[in-house]
Design a protein around this ligand. Structure first.
Ligand SMILES: Nc1ncnc2c1ncn2[C@@H]1O[C@H](COP(=O)(O)OP(=O)(O)OP(=O)(O)O)[C@@H](O)[C@H]1O
Ligand SMILES: [Mg+2]
Length: 248
């Protein structure tokens, strides 16, 4: 193993401990008010926000671990219903991009049809082919991570709409399309390079880490799939991923 990778491994390992103490303690403050003292509404909101971000940081660590696991050939075999995984991935993405809407969504919308609510937010879902009703055999975490990253980007860079299309009769086909400003042709190769793209001048979002798409590419390649990108400046971007099922 190279020196850089073992340093990163150590960092991941060392960060997991403190982060889990932070999340457990905040959880206790929020949930066990009889023991830790009553919270005002404002204090509770602030703690909720800290907890959400600590969970997010934990999520990033898990992402890195998942990429390492794929690069080392560790793939779980689950029977997954793509609609469920997609719903979870959309919720993850909304929480990252629009935490206020997410909070409103989980507090108030238990009975309303999820598809209708998403439509009103410009998110359209189309599922057809075999996996509309049959399970797809694959590593659930990895599929969710691919979806989450592509959907997060689409939500970040869209003008108004995001369309997510799931299809395929043998291989699973995922297409995530937005109507944003697009990626110039000469930069399309670079978006998949780890940490590079966010350093390039003239990017759409200077705040991103430039990590998500390289994770997606590593995972897709580790499972013998493919990822392609079609984008036209001013018109939008579509990422398409094709993933063969694992053997039963
Ligand atoms: N749908 C999209 N439309 C326009 N540009 C995009 C889109 N998806 C990705 N990009 C560009 O590619 C870059 C790399 O994307 P990537 O997901 O790897 O990183 P990021 O979103 O910047 O940060 P993070 O590591 O948090 O995901 C982005 O910074 C952005 O400039
Ligand atoms: Mg991203």
């Amino acid at each position: 193993m190279n020196k850089k990778k073992s340093l990163v491994d150590l960092l991941i390992h060392d960060l997991t401990g403190p982060l889990s103490i932070i999340t457990t303690t905040i959880n206790n403050l929020i949930k066990k008010q009889d023991r830790y003292g009553q919270l005002t509404e404002r204090q509770k909101k602030t703690l909720d926000m800290i907890l959400r971000n600590a969970n997010k940081a934990q999520g990033f660590l898990h992402d890195i671990i998942e990429v390492y696991r794929s690069e080392d050939g560790i793939i779980r075999s689950d029977k997954i219903y793509i609609r469920d995984v997609l719903n979870d991935a959309i919720m993850d993405a909304i929480e990252i991009v629009d935490p206020n809407f997410f909070e409103e969504f989980i507090c108030n919308n238990t009975t309303q049809d999820m598809k209708e609510i998403l439509k009103s937010k410009g998110i359209f879902i189309y599922i057809d082919g075999r996996y509309e009703s049959s399970p797809f055999t694959h590593d659930r975490k990895k599929i969710q991570q691919i979806l989450r990253n592509l959907i997060t980007n689409a939500l970040k860079y869209r003008k108004k709409e995001v369309k997510i299309r799931i299809s395929g009769d043998r291989d699973l086909i995922i297409a995530v399309e937005d109507d944003g400003s697009g990626i110039p042709l000469e930069k399309q190769v670079d978006v998949f390079k780890r940490f590079l793209y966010s350093n390039l001048k003239g990017t759409v979002d200077e705040t991103g880490l430039g990590f998500g798409l390289s994770c997606v590419k590593s995972i897709v390649e580790a499972v013998q799939g493919s990822i392609t990108l079609k984008s036209e400046e001013g018109k939008g971007t579509c990422f398409t991923v094709q993933i063969p099922p694992l053997k039963d």
